[in-house]
Design a protein around this ligand. Sequence first.
Ligand code: CTP
Ligand code: MG
Length: 224
Amino acid sequence: MHAVGIVAAAGSGLRLGAEIPKALVPLDGRPLVVWAVESLRAGGVAEVVVAVPAPQRAAFVAVLPADVHVVVGGDTRTASVRAALAAAREHADAVLVHDAARPLTPPAVVARVLAALAAGARAVVPVLPVVDTTVVVDADGVVTADVPRSPLRRVQTPQGFDRATLVEAYGRAHGTAAEFTDDASVVRAAGIPVHTVAGDERAAKITVAHDLALAELQVARAQA
Ligand code: CTP
Ligand code: MG
C-alpha cells in the first residue's frame, strides 16, 4: 500500500492568539507543522503534501523538509484539504489527512490507521472515549438533558482513506452548503462507513494557549 500524507496547516490559529499562523508556532523550538510531518513519516507515510496559508508560503517552505510538497490552502479546512488532495500523486492508493495542530501524535497511531486501511477499511479514524459527563443546554445555559456517553467518541487525526473514496467524496461535497470539520464527515456524507481505531491522548489538538503549555511539558518530560 502506498500512502500519501496531507497536513492541513493553512489555518490562522485565532484561538491560540499567536502573531504567526498556528502551524508555524514553535514547540520545543520547532514549528508545529514540522512535528506533524515527522510523526506521519515515523508512522510509515513516505510522501507528504502540506496545505499552507498563501501569505506565509515562503516561511513554511523555509522550515519544512525539501521533499515535502507545499500547496496553498483555502478559507476553510475542507478547502485546504481539497487543494492538497488535488496535488497528491495519483499512484497513491491511500491518503492520511492530519492536522498540523496535533504535533505530538505518536507514530503508533499513524501505524494503526495504516493497518486498518491495509486490512480493507475505506475510511478509518482514531478515537478516544468521552470522559466527562456530557449534557445538552438550552439558549439560557440551563441543562435540558444528559447525553449517555458510552457510545460517544472524540475524533482525532490522522484520518485514513482509500484515495479514490476520499477524492469522490470531496467531489460530491463540492458546492453543497454542508460544513465539515473533518474528512471522515465528508466521506460519511457520501454514505461510506467510517471505522475506528484507538487514538491517543498525546495526539491532542493544540487549540488554546493551555494546550501548547501542556505540549511543552510533554516534550520536556519525554526528554528528562
Ligand atoms: N486548517 C487549514 N485551513 C483552514 C483552517 C484550518 O488547513 N482554512 C487547519 C489548521 O491549520 C489546523 C487544522 O486545520 O492544523 C485544525 O484546525 P484548527 O485547530 O481550527 O486550526 P485554526 O483554524 O488555525 O485555528 P482557529 O480555529 O483557532 O483559528
Ligand atoms: Mg479553525
